[in-house]
Design a protein around this ligand. Structure first.
Ligand SMILES: CC(C)(COP(=O)(O)OP(=O)(O)OC[C@H]1O[C@@H](n2cnc3c(N)ncnc32)[C@H](O)[C@@H]1OP(=O)(O)O)[C@@H](O)C(=O)NCCC(=O)NCCS
Length: 185
């Protein structure tokens, strides 16, 4: 993958694949941005198994954002974008199981938000999931109160398919959002 340079405004950034050396900086961004935090070995596990979709965003050579995803075999038609939130089929003639990309975590440091970095990370995640990992869909969980993230996902065509009560440790509900990548008929 080539490094992608954002052009939304004059404050430029670059998106590239992460390396093992980036993990401490990614952990710092995560700790400063989200209450959902992970141990070093989890990042390493994701990077080793799905290196194409572990991305970092850099400004002047400093990591200011990341997105990491995994690929999962699933027979859940909701996660595959095969039925809508009412259970109506959207696709005919499918067989289980299929592959779904799971956006595990995405974050941009607060002082670098609102300049297109989150969009660039998500756009590249979608491209890699479709072209490299050949998934049928991408799904994610998001806090029901997290309007900026929900708007970001909607902007790329994700739709809410499920609400999971008390999904987060503090008791907040999650929306599951899905983007279908393969044709629906
Ligand atoms: C969600 C997040 C990654 C977005 O990153 P970002 O670099 O600010 O995103 P962008 O500048 O590309 O904005 C993309 C879209 O997100 C939405 N958005 C961003 N900030 C927003 C805000 N404060 N309020 C409402 N919508 C917002 C908009 O739809 C925006 O599109 P637009 O610029 O065309 O209006 C960032 O807010 C973040 O790191 N939040 C904390 C971590 C987090 O919540 N991660 C998601 C966990 S599920």
């Amino acid at each position: 993958m080539q490094t992608i340079h954002g052009a939304k405004d004059t404050r430029s950034f670059a998106i590239r694949k992460a390396t093992k050396e980036d993990i401490p900086a990614v952990m710092t961004v995560n700790l400063r941005s989200l209450p959902e935090n992970y141990w070093y070995g989890f990042y390493e596990y994701i990077l080793l198994n799905w290196p194409e979709s572990f991305l970092v965003a850099e400004v002047n050579g400093v990591v200011v954002g990341y997105a990491m995803s995994r690929v999962e075999d699933t027979g859940d038609p909701l996660l595959l974008g095969l039925i809508d939130d009412k259970g109506n089929p959207l696709v005919r003639g499918w067989q289980e199981p299929k592959k779904a990309g799971h956006l595990v975590s995405i974050a941009v440091l607060r002082e670098y938000r609102g300049r297109g970095i989150g969009s660039a990370l998500l756009a590249e995640t979608i491209r890699v999931m479709r072209d490299n990992y050949k998934v049928d869909s991408i799904f994610l969980e998001v806090r029901v109160s997290n309007t900026p993230a929900i708007n970001l996902y909607k902007k790329f065509g994700f739709r809410v398919v499920r609400r999971i009560p008390h999904y987060y440790r503090d008791g907040e509900d999650a929306y599951v959002m899905v983007l279908r990548l393969k044709p629906t008929s």
